[in-house]
Ligand binder design. Sequence first.
Ligand code: PMP
Length: 440
Amino acid sequence: IEAYGVLEADGLVFARQGAGYFVNNFASASNFANHGIATPERSSTLDPAQEVVIAKKWGESFLDQYMTSLQAQQEPDMIDFTSGFPRPSGLEDLAKIARRAMTQVGDVLFSYDFPQGQFTLRKQVAQMLAWKLGLEVSADDLIITNGSKQALSLALQYHLRAGDWAIVESPTYHGAIALLENLGVRIIGIPMCKDGMNLELLEKYLHSHRPKLIYTISTLHNPTGITTSQAHRRELLSLAEKYHCHILEDNAYEGLNFAPSPAPIKALDRSDLVTYVGTFSKTLMPGLRVGYMLATGKHYQALVEQKLLHDLHVSTVAQAIASEYLASGHYRRHLNHLRTINHQRHDAMLQAMECNFPDSVRWTVPQGGLFIWVQLPDRTPMAAIRQAAAEQKVLIGCGKPFFPDGQGYPALRLNFSQSLENIDRGIALLGDLLKQFLLR
Ligand code: PMP
């Protein structure tokens, strides 16, 4: 039973009461039939006609977006579809775990710690990456960071200078766009397709602009939810090798997959071309601020030095808590639970969208993560819809910040980790608004 528990926690099998355990085959669309949802025919392919964008800074600052969204989330009774974190659960466990962590960490708290992070935690993360993702990692290749955001920041600063070109998927994580803009890096946005970024266009721009770095969210991409296919990953790496371009692989949503995902691009990397980044923010809690970075070869020491320069090290308390979650087996059980409830909520949101959204609206069907990416018809008045939704206490995030130039097609990113009641109520309300605004 314990062995099945482990397989279930890893998403490889699922239990059906009274019948036993069954192997998961999430790769196929039939998964949706299993969960009582027809495969949505309206699911989005993303916009294949979308152009490559060479970004110009487009105005609204990252701070403005961040503060506005944080303030709105704190309003009472708000249904918040914007945020990028799991809903809190198990705070009692947190108290117990924190107490145990504090006793174990002992005297280290009263001095400064290593910039690369505590050995115990690095070893646990290395083991986790090995069993979950097949990454051959040593604790000596890992750096513990203040969330994965700091890992991204350190890696981008290390590999890029103002005026360099970098490639991102379009759309992509707006926090990474802001970091690149802040460094004065010139950004090329390659459209995201259903298997990953458009590789033909990638090669064209690798050839013409000789970028120094490709930033990719290979699994459960933010915001589209797409997981780059295995074949695509291989090809992406061989293109990067051909053009001597570094890859920054951001796997922030790892662990929230309903199905096994392909091995990270880092697992295929034989020439220290890939820096891999992960976090406990999306699975445990963003407030802990514990992320990690896997960097091999000559890059490691240079990045540890950067980390030391920036803030010496991650809070010893936060590291000890993350470590205790892993050591106690609680993390594994927690992930299993989280995936189960997220899957129900994901299915519920898709079903509600199917029932309530007008026919002209398309969306992706992710195999995990936190978001459904909704593509709306051209000329949809996004700001007016967002405003009208907020007046009715529903917070929605528009797609604009996820495009490197703030353009792109009209879109919404909806977080499905809500209570089922909020999903039903919020999506029904949003459906009414979309009908009102689109049928005008
Ligand atoms: N990468 C991606 C793709 C994200 O979506 C986020 C947060 N939304 C981060 C990195 C940063 O997360 P954190 O610093 O909390 O680990």
